[in-house]
Design a protein around this ligand. Structure first.
Ligand SMILES: [Zn+2]
Ligand SMILES: [Zn+2]
Length: 324
């Protein structure tokens, strides 16, 4: 049976607060994109994994976070240019909308303050603080964290994730993002399906297949003016491949990628097609957590020794990875 996963990096201002120059339209699109995605997913009854930045779930803060081991400057924007921009720093309202949706979305984590886990300056203490706060805030809301999406996909400190009870994370796409990914999967005919695996910490890596807004700017404008949205074409191929080969196709985006009407149209076309293929075939739409559960279950073997009934999880040998 084929499966499609959609994950969203829900971050409002936190996805940009460390950048010198801000992509203004993206920054301002966070709230509209969030609400639009909730509406569209509800229209087509499609569940997604929403990885939320923990800080957004606070009502207020002092802008200092003195007990957080990150350097002082990390929260500087909260005290300066975004001092009066609570709408970029907090959104308990939008998180409530997400939790109250008629669709059974997965609530997941995108860290507490969008710390980049693959940077050398992010030590284990900072990583642990990000997880600890996220887990605490989630608990205050009566939630737990099963899945994690790394800020800017920078995989690192996987042991810390495991320590805090995370079960799954989104790994990097085997094909590139943007135009290179497009070339990989169209011209070189690379598969867009991904294979979830269990790492040496017992975490399930659910790699991304495709970033839905990696093909932007002038190239997109030209393509769309003479042809239909190339990203929709790509996604259709991915969904069809999942159906045909019983694999997992995992697409992702930020709500703030929905900057305007043409982005809304793209998402509507994608979800409409997914809904149609789901009704025509045995294709499923699943959350990252569900995929993780299935992956672990598939790896569970009953020991055949005399004790019987002993369950063991088979894990691959530790792999050396360059980015953690
Ligand atoms: Zn704060
Ligand atoms: Zn992010």
């Amino acid at each position: 049976m084929g499966s499609v996963v959609i994950s969203l990096d829900a971050e409002l201002g936190w996805g940009f607060h460390d950048l010198e120059s801000l992509p203004g339209r993206r920054v301002e699109a966070g709230r509209r994109g969030w609400s639009t995605m909730l509406e569209l997913l509800e229209t087509y009854e499609i569940p997604a994994t929403w990885a939320v930045v923990g800080h957004l779930m606070l009502e207020s803060c002092d802008g200092r976070h003195a007990d957080h081991p990150a350097p002082d400057e990390w929260f500087e924007r909260e005290r300066t240019t975004w001092r009066d921009r609570e709408d970029l720093r907090f959104c308990p309202d939008l998180v409530t909308d997400l939790l109250e949706s008629d669709v059974d979305h997965e609530f997941a984590s995108h860290s507490f303050s969008h710390v980049l886990f693959d940077r050398p300056e992010t030590d284990a203490e900072i990583a642990a603080a990000e997880l600890e706060r996220s887990v605490e805030i989630a608990a205050d809301w009566g939630l737990s964290i099963d899945s994690f999406v790394y800020p800017r996909n920078g995989v690192g400190h996987r042991d810390v994730l495991a320590e805090y009870g995370v079960r799954a994370y989104r790994g990097r796409s085997p094909t590139g993002d943007g135009v290179w990914g497009l070339l990989d999967s169209t011209i070189r005919d690379r598969s867009m399906l991904v294979e979830p695996t269990i790492d040496e910490y017992g975490l399930v890596d659910v790699p991304a297949s495709l970033f839905l807004f990696g093909f932007e700017g002038p190239a997109r404008t030209v393509a769309e003016s003479i042809w239909r949205d190339p990203m929709v074409v790509q996604v259709r191929r991915g969904i069809d491949e999942a159906v045909r080969r019983d694999g997992v196709f995992h697409m992702w985006l930020h709500p703030n990628n929905l900057v305007g009407k043409q982005d809304d149209r793209r998402m509507r076309a994608i979800l409409e097609y997914l809904d149609r293929r789901r009704s025509e075939t045995d294709l499923r739409v699943e959350t990252m957590n569900r995929i993780a559960q299935r992956t672990v279950d598939g790896n569970v073997t009953t020991a055949s020794d005399a004790d019987g009934g002993v369950i063991s999880v088979s894990r691959p040998a530790p792999a050396s990875r360059s980015n953690d």
